[in-house]
Design a binder for this molecule. Structure first.
Ligand SMILES: Cc1ncc(C[n+]2csc(CCOP(=O)(O)OP(=O)(O)O)c2C)c(N)n1
Length: 342
């Protein structure tokens, strides 16, 4: 028997303004700025996957910006976050360093992994992003181990594990949840449930479109949320993470969202899979950025022209960082021996 989780997967719902009450103006503007930066950075990447200048595979998360931004705002630099193949938003939400990301995907020495990693091996130790790898599910146990280390350090740090709904089909998720539960580890599991694993919709892969049932099975507290509501997720995480830090408990956040681009590259992939063609336009109307911007304008926090200026400033930064990255140098050949190992 198939079970639908709830209305969170309905793209006709949750399209309106979001509840921004109780959050400081500077925090709201920061959220908007970070999401716009991530969106525009990925649009630039999309343009240059298409132009052929980017040679590495690029998994774009346009449409999913709110999740990484909400998490980044409750993190501290000593926390330890781990991502996967679709992690540009997790990286940029923490450091806004579009130059470092652009240089990386172009294989340049100035990139965050000195041009050796490309889009799927990005890292920023200083800001808490400990790295991403493309093997689906591979960083979930690493994040769990990092939570054990954090607990032993007794400094109240936590670890964060980002993964997609497809990663729940890997055994390591289940082993990790069990270990985090039985050992009381402060790890925040963040499932970005965009309903797809490559081209296959979750309805064709699972008896239910909820992955948080796995947290429940392991006695881990969890929430299922609108992953396109940055403020809602921020409010929830703020209180949950405080208690994780003091009591060393795991938490599972299932954030429902949708990626606007195909699995990899610049195309929309509307001709692939059974549901995408029908749903993509509807999900674009549940845009996390527009919903926050509309809310800020409606509440008189920003004017339309201030919003436009913010967009323009970010676009200028993106353009100039891209141009600078194109001019940057490639790493020396010796780096293949000194920086890459197997
Ligand atoms: C162990 C493993 N199996 C298969 C793949 C091929 N693969 C890459 S991404 C992906 C789908 C992952 O889906 P999900 O975890 O939901 O993340 P999303 O792409 O939706 O962000 C697959 C099957 C892989 N990289 N690693």
């Amino acid at each position: 028997m198939k079970q639908e989780v709830n209305e969170l997967i309905d793209p006709l719902k949750f399209r309106d303004r979001i509840d921004i009450k109780g959050i400081e103006k500077s925090m709201l503007v920061d959220m908007l700025r970070k999401m716009v930066l991530i969106r525009k950075a990925e649009e630039k990447l999309s343009e240059h996957v298409e132009s052929g200048k980017i040679k590495c595979p690029c998994h774009l998360g346009i449409g999913q910006e709110a999740i990484g931004v909400a998490v980044s705002l409750v993190m501290r630099k000593s926390d330890r976050a781990f991502g996967a193949h679709r992690s540009h938003s997790h990286f940029l939400a923490l450091n806004e360093n579009t130059y470092s990301l652009f240089a990386e995907v172009l294989g340049k020495y100035d990139g965050c992994s000195h041009g050796m990693g490309g889009s799927m091996h990005i890292v920023d130790n200083d800001n808490g992003f400990k790295g991403s790898v493309p093997i689906v599910g591979a960083t979930i146990p690493i994040a769990t181990g990092a939570a054990l280390a954090a607990k032993m350090d007794k400094a109240g740090d936590i670890s964060i594990s980002y993964f997609g709904d497809g990663a729940c089909e890997e055994g390591v998720l289940h082993e990790s949840l069990n270990m985090a539960s039985i050992m009381n580890l402060p790890v925040l599991y963040v499932c970005e449930n965009n309903l797809f694993a490559s081209h296959l919709h979750i309805d064709l892969r699972q008896p239910s479109n909820s992955t948080s049932r796995f947290a429940r099975a392991h006695h881990i507290n969890y929430s299922t949320v609108d992953g396109n509501d940055v403020v809602g997720m921020y409010k929830l995480l703020k209180s949950e993470i405080e208690s994780m830090r003091s009591s060393n408990t795991p938490y599972y956040l299932e954030a429902y969202t949708y990626r606007w681009k195909g699995h990899v590259g610049h195309r929309d992939d509307i001709d692939v899979g059974v549901k995408r063609g029908a749903q993509l336009d509807a999900w674009k109307k549940r845009d996390p950025i527009k919903r926050l911007a509309d809310s800020l304008i409606h509440e008189g926090i920003l004017t339309e022209s201030e919003c436009q200026n913010l967009n323009n400033e970010i676009q200028n930064k993106i353009n100039s960082d891209w141009e600078k990255a194109e001019l940057a140098s490639f790493p020396q050949n010796e780096f293949l021996i000194t920086q890459v190992y197997s």
